[in-house]
Design a protein around this ligand. Structure first.
Ligand code: SD4
Length: 339
């Protein structure tokens, strides 16, 4: 058991050394990693400093959590020489349309008033970006965000305005609350207790980053946010710099977990800036988590997972607690990476 922040980091350093050996040339399964809640690291990409001159192995796509179908879709586009922007949009759309994924798009869990409200953003190689927040009745908020990016002089549209904008572009009105999420909501109302449950799927945003054949990077992030949130609450996911950031000179980063903590550190922007200063994606994600933990000295009851990619196509991920995974697709195939 870890009693203090200092102990946690000491433990973390020891764990990291051990895990580096263990992880070498291996793909882990979740089964062995679910016990101790402590900072852990997937070190597969260590020693891949963005300063090193490495021939890029492109293209690459990664996304938060093991959303295999999403990275497979993105890969389909990338492998046919499609753009990173198309890949990330169409990749995350797979999860938005999947009613069994209760944290994104259709079938996302509602707020405490029973309304499903979605947040999403997208960012391209030229630092263009678009975002929608508190969007109801639309299955693909990421595509609305892309329309905001490409067809308006603005970056963020919210609520009714965003919904109206979507209809003007031909998006259909859809009831996003499914039988399953309605039933869960009715059950939740009996106690109406809101608590964040580490990795127990009360929040599983998809953030996706891709680098295409041309070496261009794009990212997208989409979520229904925290289940049973206060109506009107917006998380980090649609906020450029917090839930997602891309700088085509350096790399991209995205986040999942308790959005309030990511916003406080402008997490994804921080990680890209750390990579600009020479850190590898893995090191940058680790430092991002450290910054968050430094602001939460007495709290360990929340999860954050960061994911990053650099210009060489190297990736890294890091989290507060064990259990964060990410899916990756490259020429070598698809992998699940357990952080
Ligand atoms: C939010 N960051 O709304 C999102 C939730 C999330 O995995 O990431 N879930 O705060």
């Amino acid at each position: 058991m870890i009693d203090s922040k200092k102990d946690a980091f000491e433990y973390f350093e020891i764990t990291r050394m051990k895990r580096r050996k263990f992880l070498k040339n291996s793909t882990l399964t979740a089964a062995g990693l679910m016990s101790t809640p402590i900072l852990v690291s997937c070190d597969k990409n260590k020693n891949n400093s963005s300063q090193a001159i490495i021939k890029p192995i492109l293209p690459v796509v990664v996304c938060t959590w093991n959303f295999k179908n999403a990275t497979a879709k993105a890969w389909e586009i990338l492998s046919q020489k499609g753009t990173a922007l198309d890949a990330v949009e169409q990749g995350v759309m797979v999860e938005e349309a999947d009613a069994t994924n209760e944290t994104v798009g259709l079938g996302g869990r509602p707020d405490r008033d029973g309304q499903v409200t979605l947040d999403a953003c997208i960012m391209d190689k030229d630092s263009n970006c678009g975002s929608v927040v508190y969007l109801k009745n639309i299955v693909h908020p990421v595509s609305v965000a892309r329309k905001v990016m490409e067809n308006t002089p603005h970056i963020i549209l919210a609520g009714k305005g965003a919904e109206q904008f979507a209809y003007e572009y031909g998006f259909k009105k859809t009831n996003l609350l499914t039988k399953s999420t309605k039933k869960q909501y009715e059950a939740w109302k009996k106690t109406s207790q809101y608590e964040t449950v580490i990795n127990i799927e009360n929040h599983d945003t998809i953030g996706m980053l891709a680098i295409d054949h041309n070496g261009d990077i794009a990212g997208a992030c989409t979520t229904s946010g925290m289940a049973y949130k206060i109506a009107g609450r917006i998380g980090d996911s649609p906020l450029i710099g917090a839930g997602l950031y891309v700088d085509n000179e350096v790399g991209g980063a995205t986040a999942t977990g308790v959005g309030e903590e990511v916003i406080r550190t402008v997490g994804s922007f921080l990680i890209v800036e750390l990579m600009r200063q020479g850190k590898s994606p893995q090191e940058a994600c680790e430092e991002g988590v450290r910054r968050i933990m430094n602001k939460n000295k007495d709290r360990k009851d929340f999860q954050i997972g960061f994911l990053a990619i650099n210009k060489q196509g190297k990736t890294g991920g890091y989290c507060v607690h064990q259990g964060f995974t990410y899916s990756q697709y490259t020429d070598a195939g698809q992998t699940e990476n357990i952080v």
